[in-house]
Design a protein around this ligand. Structure first.
Ligand code: HEM
Length: 385
């Protein structure tokens, strides 16, 4: 995946994978444990502020900015305003690279990084990537200048302290270049995935108004209008929880997973797989398998409910993949999805504007499967009822 477009960035990803997976737990230890709780509060209070109530609007930027601010708070220790022009621009070029990286141009660039020396459409990916990396580099520089070793503020501070700690270890992979690349990984992976899932969710909820109503009624019955949802509410909101999971199944935003390669000759179910074989996971097949799902081909929260209406998650629900390389942000993404979607459904009714554009439900295939651009109308439930 050449999102950050540096020649050999996938090598970088592989070589430093162990370190990268160590860092968030290290950062977690360094940071105040209340930090995560603050984030949850942040999600709940800022969700609705990001959407314009009553007007036809494209929710993309607001949702992307709101979700990105969560990962920004973790890695940069700061959030960005919705009208911050520089940050909006960075989100725009990040989007562009999510689409370009999976295009024919992006794939050729990934296979033959040497073409970076020649003119062509791949130069756009490279330019976007260096701007994103440049932005992260600036953040690292600012952090170095204001670092207080006794009070690390975020992921970058925690990483800088680790670089210092490992200074005498000549095998250490904690150094500044890796700090920039690891921060870029978290920022990229943590921004578009969750906000894209929520955008697909809005489409499915508008297309299935009965589901939208049933979630709203359940949320208001349990929480009222004033109490914001927390993760502890999941068990009391089985239908809403099932809907959030069904949005993820049906949106299937990473349909072929992320590419892997066998590092040794491998046998799987009687098949010999040579070393160096590229492996893809067909999540689409898993998510539409008739043996595992009651309603494989339609959007239906019943897929996650048992006969008593209790939430029940089939084992084959693996949108974050499995194994040692399972999504690093799974817990964060699951928290974000539940809190964002629940608080949106608590406060807002979503509908199409008059004469909506027909949507191609196959979406746009990039690194993630994105919905086409669409507009919605958000009506405050307070004023509606
Ligand atoms: C709905 C949201 C998300 C989905 C569906 C998703 C899905 C995935 C999938 C399928 C992979 C590939 C796992 C594999 O290689 O087998 C992955 C990897 C990864 N994800 Fe996520 N992800 C989401 C959100 C996030 C968030 C919020 C973060 C931010 C921390 C994140 C960080 C990562 C990272 C760093 C990797 C690479 C892990 C590695 O290579 O070891 N993801 N994700």
């Amino acid at each position: 995946m050449n999102l950050i477009g540096s020649c050999g960035s996938s090598d970088m990803l592989c070589k430093h994978i162990n370190e990268r997976r160590k860092i968030p737990s290290m950062a977690g230890k360094e940071l105040n444990s209340n930090f995560y709780l603050k984030l949850i509060g942040y999600i709940s209070t800022h969700t609705n502020a990001c959407l314009f109530v009553g007007k036809s609007m494209n929710p993309q930027h607001a949702l992307q900015n709101a979700v990105s601010n969560i990962i920004c708070s973790i890695v940069f220790g700061d959030r960005f305003d919705y009208d911050d022009k520089r940050f909006s621009y960075l989100l725009k070029i990040l989007n562009e690279n999510f689409i370009l990286a999976a295009s024919a141009t992006g794939q050729i660039f990934n296979l033959v990084p040497f073409i970076k020396h020649f003119p062509g459409p791949h130069q756009k990916i490279k330019k976007n990537a260096s701007e994103l990396v440049g932005f992260i580099g600036e953040q690292v520089k600012e952090h170095k200048e204001s670092l207080d070793p006794d009070s690390p503020r975020d992921f970058i501070d925690a990483y800088l302290l680790e670089i210092e700690k490992q200074k005498s270890n000549k095998d250490s992979t904690f150094h500044e270049e890796n700090l920039v690349m690891s921060t870029a990984d978290l920022f990229l992976a943590g921004t578009d995935t969750t906000s894209t899932t929520i955008r697909w969710g809005l489409i499915y909820l508008i297309q299935n108004p009965d589901v939208q109503e049933r979630c709203h009624e359940e949320i208001v019955r349990v929480l009222g209008y004033d109490r914001l949802p927390s993760m502890d509410d999941r068990d009391k909101l089985p239908y809403t929880n099932a809907t959030v999971h069904e949005i993820q199944r049906y949106a299937n935003i990473v349909p072929m997973g992320v590419t892997h390669e066998t590092i040794r000759p491998t046998k799987l179910r009687g098949y010999d797989i040579p070393q160096g074989t590229m492996i893809l996971t067909n999540l689409t097949a898993i998510f539409s398998n008739k043996e595992h799902w009651k309603h494989p081909d339609t959007f239906n929260p019943e897929n996650f409910l048992d006969e008593n209406g209790h939430f029940s998650k089939p084992e084959c629900f693996i949108p974050f993949s499995l194994g040692p390389r399972v999504c690093l942000g799974e817990a964060l993404a699951r928290t974000e999805l539940f809190l964002y979607i629940t608080s949106l459904l608590q406060q807002i009714h979503f509908s199409w504007p008059p004469d909506p554009q027909p949507l191609d439900m196959d979406g746009i295939m990039g690194i993630v499967r994105l919905p086409q651009t669409f507009n919605i109308i958000c009506c405050s439930r307070d004023t509606e009822e």
